[in-house]
Design a protein around this ligand. Structure first.
Ligand code: TYM
Length: 405
């Protein structure tokens, strides 16, 4: 096996427009209330600090060069540092360079409808699948979402599972190379591996990694091996150690830490990760766009008038009055509308111009909001048509073609 170290950390590279916009919009990087867990993102996330705290690696010029060698280009989400951190991505890219097949693995916890933030890692996963011809496992952790909220019922989660699958299929993943695993449906394929993982993780490790306490229900405490299991399923399917790359936002990283810890002891490669930032909340309360806080997010099922209302009512980095905005300029770096446009819709040149016009007071928030509302409405309208079509191909995408019911 090539070496897979959880080694030294370098500082993040060429990141001139640094995204710190997920929380109280003061552009300071020392928010003591900031928190990133798989179930909650609060406050102003300092992504450089996360790299250090989580012990991951920044995506640097060398990695971008490796990508360029393999794909002939650097994807805009890499150039913009939306995907900003990784573990063992260099190892995965070497494997691809040597002609070895890798698997992709990503997922969704069906706690509500899908919003545009969720689509970011999925669109990038689809790009990687197209470029590298990779097989993809897509896990739906309906069990996790049942356990993680006292109020959610199984019926609700079943409905969200179905609706979320339509979004996943509408991303256009290759049906011959993509399998969706719904935990409660496909548990027999997951459980034997999850047991092997569970046996190797102590409660104190899991408490330290996930912050579990005496009041956490025991279902949650037992859940992490279920999300870890698909990291090793490709090796079992292929009958030999198979490298796996996980594209996801950085909130999922605790799962991969415990998985990497046991991988080599179980005879598998450590799963590699490429971590993204978060699409910020549209709301002044900060944090990430979240399906359990509908006012913070644009959903793939929102009607045009709802999108318009959410976007026009969004928090911005603008001054209190037009006169002040003209005088002092806006705070683009603290503005969710700016980041949303930059990551989703603007190309880099347009976004850089928007930035300069904003901070110089030439641009008012109304123009940015109107651009974002128009772009979002048109994007969601197209996606809705694809969701409709997806209804006919659910079974084709399911693991072992097993029906959802
Ligand atoms: P979930 O449903 O919370 O999120 C699904 C994916 O979306 C990412 N994400 C975001 N990305 C950008 N901006 C946001 N505002 C935002 N909110 C969420 C998440 O990082 C994730 O990639 N436990 C998981 C489900 C899961 C999974 C996986 C995710 C199972 N296996 C493997 C990633 C990879 C969950 O509840 O994700």
């Amino acid at each position: 096996m090539d070496s897979q170290n959880d080694g030294e950390i370098n500082s993040i590279g060429n990141n001139s427009l640094r995204d710190t916009c997920t929380g109280p919009r003061n552009n300071k990087n020392d928010d003591p209330s900031a928190m990133v867990t798989p179930w909650n993102v609060e406050g102003q996330v300092d992504y450089d600090r996360l790299i250090k705290e989580f012990g991951t690696q920044p995506i640097n010029a060398e990695i971008m060069e490796q990508f360029k060698k393999l794909t002939g280009e650097v994807h805009p989400l890499l150039k913009l540092h939306y995907f900003f951190s990784h573990r063992d991505l260099d190892f995965i890219l070497h494997k691809i360079e040597n002609g070895e097949k890798i698997y992709l693995y990503t997922g969704r916890g069906p706690s509500g409808m899908v919003h545009m933030g969720h689509l970011m890692p999925w669109m990038f996963t689809k790009y990687l699948q197209d470029k590298f011809g990779s097989k993809l496992l897509f896990q739906i952790t309906d069990d996790e979402k049942f356990l993680s909220s006292p109020d959610r019922t199984n019926e609700e989660i079943k409905r969200f599972t179905y609706e979320n699958i339509l979004d996943i299929i509408s991303m256009g993943f290759d049906p011959n190379n993509t399998k969706i695993i719904v935990d409660t449906v496909h548990i027999k394929h997951i459980y034997p591996i999850a047991l092997e993982i569970a046996k190797r993780i102590t409660f104190s490790t899991s408490k330290a990694v996930f912050g579990f306490s005496g009041s956490t229900n025991i279902g949650m405490i037992g859940f992490p091996p279920i999300q870890a299991a698909p990291c090793f399923m490709p090796s079992i399917i292929e009958g030999r150690p198979t490298p796996v790359l996980i594209p996801a936002a950085i909130d999922q990283d605790p799962y991969w830490r415990i998985t990497r810890d046991v991988a080599e002891r179980m005879g598998y490669y450590k799963p590699a990760q490429i971590h993204s930032k978060f699409l910020p909340s549209l709301n002044a309360t900060g944090g990430k766009m979240s399906s359990s806080k509908p006012e913070t997010a644009v959903f793939t099922t929102d009607e045009p008038e709802v999108i318009e209302k959410k976007v026009l009512g969004a928090y911005t980095g603008g001054q209190a009055t037009v006169a002040l905005q003209r005088l002092y300029g806006g705070n683009a770096l603290g503005c969710p509308v700016f980041w949303y446009l930059r990551y989703f819709f603007d190309d880099q040149k347009k976004s850089d111009e928007r930035f300069v016009r904003c901070i110089s007071g030439d641009l008012l928030c109304g123009e940015c909001k109107s651009d974002l509302a128009e772009e979002s409405k048109s994007f969601i309208t197209t996606l809705k048509m694809r969701r409709e079509k997806a209804k006919d191909s659910i079974q084709e995408y399911m693991y072992e073609n097993e029906p959802l019911e």
